[in-house]
Design a protein around this ligand. Structure first.
Ligand SMILES: NC(=O)c1ccc[n+]([C@@H]2O[C@H](COP(=O)([O-])OP(=O)(O)OC[C@H]3O[C@@H](n4cnc5c(N)ncnc54)[C@H](OP(=O)(O)O)[C@@H]3O)[C@@H](O)[C@H]2O)c1
Length: 247
């Protein structure tokens, strides 16, 4: 029986690359996100991927996904992202709420819905896509850092609570990744503001780099739990220490 992996936020960036990569590793991949057209295109180009319309902020949508699955061996809680770069003083409440709902509660909804199947599989792996923003705070990152810190804390708690059960809990904390949507979403569609994030950085991480790290963690032997994998580009020594080459 082939192992089944559910990847949320698979219509773009890290999730899309992870869906492709896990399919190449031989998993039946269930790829979830809201933009169904993009998922259909992904599935059409990659054997082994089943597209599923999914909104992680809707309990109904998450329940429907869970009910449709015969089994689940791997869950990659990837759907999420940042909104805005305002200071805490100027932060918009609705941005903070949406970031919490997607990154934290979205991961919680999927985790609660699929945990019984992960346990049942006898070797379940739960991957949580957090961020270095879940470990260190930065100016303008208030709402996103708060949400990612919460997701990191939830991941640590879950690993403690599941000890003795056949489920590994893996946290992937990337630094700067030049993915398709992350910066564009953060800057509300402003492509030129988004491009500045990566300007002059020689070799930001790609979505494929992160997918590679996820695939490595997931394919270790069942007794090996990679607790947290922090992955940054060589040009980013720390959140505030980024090497940029001018013009
Ligand atoms: N890029 C970075 O620098 C970076 C660094 C560290 C961590 N991360 C984390 O990595 C994850 C993926 O980000 P990315 O860089 O790949 O960004 P991305 O290209 O913008 O992809 C985000 C994905 O999340 C999905 N999504 C958003 N809201 C959703 C919802 N309510 N329900 C279902 N899916 C939803 C989007 O799909 P739909 O819009 O189609 O629903 C999209 O597929 C995020 O959790 C992000 O916080 C990114």
């Amino acid at each position: 029986m082939k192992r089944t992996a559910v990847v949320t936020g698979a219509s773009s960036g890290i999730g899309e690359a992870t869906a492709r990569r896990l399919a190449a590793e031989g998993y039946d991949v269930v790829a979830g996100a809201r933009r169904r057209d993009r998922l259909d295109a992904l599935a059409a180009g990659t054997p082994g991927i089943t597209p599923v319309t999914l909104d992680v902020t809707s309990q109904e949508s998450v329940n429907a996904l869970a009910a449709s699955l015969g089994r689940c061996d791997v869950l990659v809680n990837n759907a999420g992202g940042a909104l805005g770069l305002e200071s805490v003083a100027d932060g918009r409440l609705d941005d903070w709420q949406r970031m919490y709902d997607t990154n934290v509660l979205g991961s919680l909804r999927l985790t609660q819905a699929l945990l019984p199947k992960l346990v049942e599989s006898g070797d379940g792996v739960l991957v949580m896509l957090t961020s270095t923003a879940g470990l260190v705070s930065y100016e303008g990152g208030g709402g996103y850092c708060a949400a990612k810190h919460a997701q990191t804390s939830m991941t640590e708690t879950l690993r403690l609570e599941l000890v003795g059960q056949p489920v590994r809990v893996v946290e992937i904390a990337p630094g700067m990744v030049k993915s398709e949507g992350f910066a564009v979403t953060r800057f509300r569609g402003d492509e030129s503001a988004a491009a500045k994030v990566y300007e002059g950085v020689p070799g930001p991480l790609s979505a494929d780099d992160v997918a590679d790290a996820i695939a490595w963690c997931v394919t270790r032997p069942a007794h090996v739990n990679v607790d947290r994998l922090v992955i940054r580009p060589r040009a980013q020594a720390a959140q505030h220490r980024v090497h940029r080459v001018s013009g």
